[in-house]
Design a protein around this ligand. Structure first.
Ligand code: ATP
Length: 367
């Protein structure tokens, strides 16, 4: 019998609950057992009080809930070998032989590390007398399946990550609201949206709201004096009759020397050089809060169901998998491909190879 543990980890994202619900229900439907692991990797390290066998009704009403109902955490202990060994012991004690992790790239990297170390954890636990010989023979491998829950849409193994649609919807609503007050007073607004290494939310919201200027980490303003070019673009648009100026800044935006571009700095330029009545709005956590939209409920549900199917198809030679949706088709690809992509992108930005960063990112933008 497959015994599937499910946890959510890292930042919460709307639609994670839909995935958890689908995993529990699909697991039960397919005669598996399912365990809810509360508070991310902290729960896996804490053990039995946080690893609870799930019944169908335990996930009733989950579809419409924002955040993650089983809790999430950033767990420093899981970053260390010893912490992961405690998690391995609790996994074996609970009888779990497959784990679904719903989180961002950090959470998925942690899960992949646990899997690659699994034989040595089992060996150490046996040597220390923490598990029996028969346990060591039963738990020879741990299947890992990842689902990307992240409002940033920052992985290419899926067209869209769970939570990104709801966050984008919320940003558009907020910017629409700002547009009406900006229009009344001829104001400029500089709006900071989430996205540390990924400008998808900023770029997509700029497209959807018709913003005048956007700053994203992958494509910093090039060359000297980008400030003057920005001012000219805004002035031209005012000359053409526009009453407002809307500038969207990803929280991780930087210039081509990797100096952060902050909303207050943009405000200063617009106020001093153009004498625009300029306001700053940092949207913050409203972007990830609240009920998921239909799309996140939908992809959370189909990806959760597919995670269970992928576990049932897997054998010991199957690599850790990541579930995604590419060109409207559900996919299960090696988890490593997602992790390598994230590491490569961070490296390209750090080395100021922005052309490469855009090329890497472009499949996500294109689709
Ligand atoms: P978000 O995109 O919202 O930031 P994330 O999953 O990337 O989500 P992180 O804070 O990077 O968020 O990771 C969540 C947790 O996953 C960490 O607190 C840690 O427990 C585990 N984790 C992250 N990176 C690693 C790693 N390299 N090795 C082991 N565990 C890790």
């Amino acid at each position: 019998v497959k015994k599937i543990g499910v946890l959510t980890s890292g930042g919460d994202a709307q639609g994670m609950n839909a995935a958890v619900r689908a995993i529990v229900r699909m697991a039960i439907y397919r005669n598996c057992e399912c365990f809810l692991i509360y508070d991310g990797y902290n729960g896996l390290i804490a053990g039995s009080s946080k690893i609870i066998k799930a019944k169908r009704e335990d996930v009733s009403g989950f579809l419409t809930l924002g955040g993650t109902a089983i809790g999430t955490a950033r767990c420093m202990e899981f970053r260390e070998y010893e912490g992961r060994q405690k998690a391995a012991l609790n996994i074996i004690k609970s009888g779990i032989n497959a784990l679904v992790v719903i989180g961002g790239d950090g959470s998925l990297t942690g899960a992949d590390t646990l899997r690659s170390e699994w034989p040595s954890h089992v060996k150490d636990l046996l040597k220390d007398g923490k598990i029996s010989e028969s346990d060591a023979q039963t738990y020879t491998s741990l299947m890992i399946v990842g689902i990307v829950g992240s409002i940033d849409n920052d992985l290419t193994t899926t067209d869209i990550t769970i939570g990104a649609h709801s966050a984008l919807t919320r940003i558009c609503e907020a910017i629409d609201a700002l547009q009406s007050t900006a229009f009344s007073h001829h104001r400029a607004f500089v709006v900071e949206v989430m996205g540390r290494n990924c400008g998808w939310l900023a770029l997509a919201s700029a497209i959807c709201t018709g913003a005048d200027y956007v700053f994203i980490p992958e494509d910093p303003p090039r060359g000297e004096d980008w400030e003057t070019r920005m001012c000219e673009a805004l002035q031209n648009s005012r000359k053409a009759g526009k009453r407002t100026s809307m500038i969207i800044v990803a929280e991780g935006a930087c210039d081509s020397n990797l100096n952060p571009i902050k909303v207050e700095y943009i405000k200063e330029i617009l106020t001093q050089r153009l004498q625009y009545d300029t306001r700053v709005t940092i949207l913050g956590h409203v972007q990830r809060g609240g009920s998921p939209n239909f799309r996140d409920r939908y992809i959370g549900t189909i990806q959760g169901a597919e995670a269970v199917e992928a576990i049932l198809r897997a054998d010991a030679s199957t690599p850790s998998l990541i579930i995604g949706t590419l060109e409207n088709k559900i996919t299960a690809q090696p988890l490593k491909s997602a992790i390598i992509f994230t590491q490569q992108l961070a490296k390209e930005i750090k080395n100021k190879n922005f052309e490469n960063a855009i090329k890497l990112r472009s499949p996500t933008f294109k689709k």
